[in-house]
Design a protein. Structure first.
Length: 549
């Protein structure tokens, strides 16, 4: 019996993590994180709940990474202490990025790791795994052909089909065809762009658009992108040389990634690189700046530039700024705000919605049709997308005649069992999200987020009262302190009325049997909650402070 258990990456973008398990052994594929959306007040990162892994810790033999994006490797540094010395497998560039993450977050290095490359094979208990080259928006990506006693499971990882990509980066369709001839029992397929028609844009087309745009500009050009998009960075180096521009790199991750990529010979650093400290010495028409911060992350280089707080770069009229990346879900408002600031400072800003300056690393509909037609899986499990993406992939599969009952839409924590030739659902295991807040891991619960959201939306009211220890009569107060509460321009009158309501209720309850502070505080809350709901239609957080003297 083989179990396939997603602990993240189903019905969401990010948190990609999947467990493969039989009676004797288990291994993990990927351990990704997710960045919080606007409602994640104070939350820095979100990672998968790995409590199930602790239950099968004795069976865990390895963790395999398909590629080096944060949504596939970013959670690992937070798990390493719990998982212990489980062997780590990945391609060179992937392990290099992972090592950098560990040094940054833990001050440590990878303990037991093994370098793999496309074509390599690995045995983990009864599982036999072959690594297959696939094309994505970062170098060194692999899919996994997992041979089991129940048949072949093909895990695509993140991929696209790009026939104009360099030969050593193209998705290996020949290998997929060979696997199809053997028979693929279960295909686990990237559904991220399943709702996008046609074929994904190629890097060749993006490069041509970038070159035409940069060549047409007389001032400085600043291009913001993901620091992991090494092929596009290489294209920008080429464009700078063709258009007679010097290149400056801005951002820690960009500097580290380009250095790592050059070590693995995925990138040739150009001779026309200049230090960011020297850019003012260069004529604007001769300068191309490549930077991070396309997602308007706080304190990122482009965010600092947009707010006028960057140490070396101030936006000037005549500057052209290109966001050569997609808008990550949850960051749209921040990115739009940043674009507005850049425009206000005099820059002309281009992004994917107004010009094709970015190509996704995920397959569109036509590519997915081709993959499904080529691989001909017996069963399909869509992953790596929100539910709209999963169901879009389901429709594509049905259109090419895969029966509906053989297309499995799962949830995180559900178990898929392969046994005696059948693929069926099994019992659910514990799965969910763990919030990372500063140095705290998992100490922020949903109720805390709800309180933070409540505070942000409705504000807070503190009621301070000093009462006689013996009689319960009010000696001082009630004093009402409000923060973030909108009182419609009549705060003095409303607060006066609120105090009167509290004193009226107080006179009713004091003659009764002496009450504990917690009961008195609850009465104050009820009075204020009812009054504020009636007068302003809002529900601020109410904190009574009763001091006995």
């Amino acid at each position: 019996m083989i179990k396939v258990i997603p602990l993240g990456g189903i019905g969401e973008i990010g948190l990609n993590m999947m467990v493969f398990e039989d009676d004797r052994s288990a291994f993990i594929v990927d351990a990704g994180l997710m960045f919080p959306e606007a409602y994640g007040f104070g939350i820095d990162l979100i990672i998968p709940d790995i409590s199930y892994l602790n239950l099968i810790k004795e069976k865990l033999k390895a963790i395999i990474f398909t590629h080096g994006h944060e949504d596939h490797i970013g959670a690992y540094p937070f798990f390493i202490d719990q998982l212990g010395d489980i062997p780590v497998y990945g391609t060179g560039f992937t392990l290099g990025l992972l090592e950098g993450k560990l040094k940054e977050l833990k001050g440590s290095t990878l303990r037991e790791f093994y370098l793999i490359k496309p074509g390599d094979e690995l045995a983990i208990g009864s599982f036999k795994i072959e690594f297959i080259r696939v094309c994505h928006s970062i170098p060194d990506c692999v899919a996994l052909a997992i041979r089991t006693e129940e048949g072949i499971i093909l895990h695509s990882g993140d991929l696209k089909i790009e026939f104009s990509a360099p030969l050593d980066e193209r998705t290996d369709l020949n290998k997929f065809s060979q696997l199809a001839s053997e028979g693929v029992k279960l295909l686990i397929l990237d559904a991220t762009n399943a709702d996008r028609t046609g074929w994904s844009l190629s890097e060749k087309e993006v490069s041509a658009n970038l070159e035409n745009l940069i060549r047409s500009k007389e001032g400085r050009v600043i291009v913001a992108l993901f620091a992991s998009n090494i092929r596009r960075i290489g294209e920008l180096f080429r464009i700078a040389e063709k258009t007679g521009r010097y290149v400056a790199l801005v951002g820690k991750s960009l500097l580290e990634n380009t250095k790592l990529a050059s070590e693995f010979e995925y990138l040739n650093l150009p001779d026309n690189l200049v230090k960011i400290e020297d850019i003012e010495k260069i004529e604007p028409s001769k300068l191309l700046i490549i930077t991070t911060g396309s997602q308007a992350e706080p304190m990122s280089s482009l965010s600092l530039i947009a707010s006028g707080n960057h140490k070396h770069i101030n936006v000037k009229p005549g500057d052209t700024i290109i966001l050569s990346s997609r808008f990550i879900t949850g960051r749209e408002r921040s990115i739009t705000h940043m674009i507005n600031n850049l425009s206000r400072l005099g820059a002309e800003v281009f992004y994917a919605d107004v010009l094709p300056v970015h190509a996704s690393g995920h397959a569109h509909m036509k590519e997915l049709e081709l993959l499904l037609s080529l691989i001909k899986p017996e069963y399909l499990l869509p992953v790596h997308g929100e539910y709209r993406h999963l169901y879009a992939l389901k429709r594509i599969a049905q259109d090419i005649s895969l029966p509906e009952e053989r297309i499995i839409i799962m949830e995180n924590g559900e178990t898929l069992i392969l046994e005696d030739g059948e693929v069926k659902r099994g019992p659910r295991v514990n799965a969910g999200r763990v919030f990372v807040d500063g140095k705290g891991l998992g100490d922020v619960e949903e109720v805390v987020l709800r309180d933070r959201r409540h505070l942000a939306e409705d504000g807070i009211v503190v009621c301070v009262m000093v009462v006689d220890e013996q009689t319960g009569e009010i000696i001082s107060g009630p004093e009402l302190i409000t923060k973030g509460v909108f009182l419609e321009g009549k705060s003095g009158e409303l607060l006066k009325q609120a105090k009167g309501k509290i004193m009226e209720r107080w006179s009713q309850i004091i003659p009764q049997v002496p009450l504990e502070n917690v009961e008195l505080e609850e009465e104050v809350k009820k009075v204020l909650r009812g009054f504020l709901k009636k007068e302003i239609g809002r529900f601020p957080v109410i904190i009574p402070v009763i001091i006995r003297m």
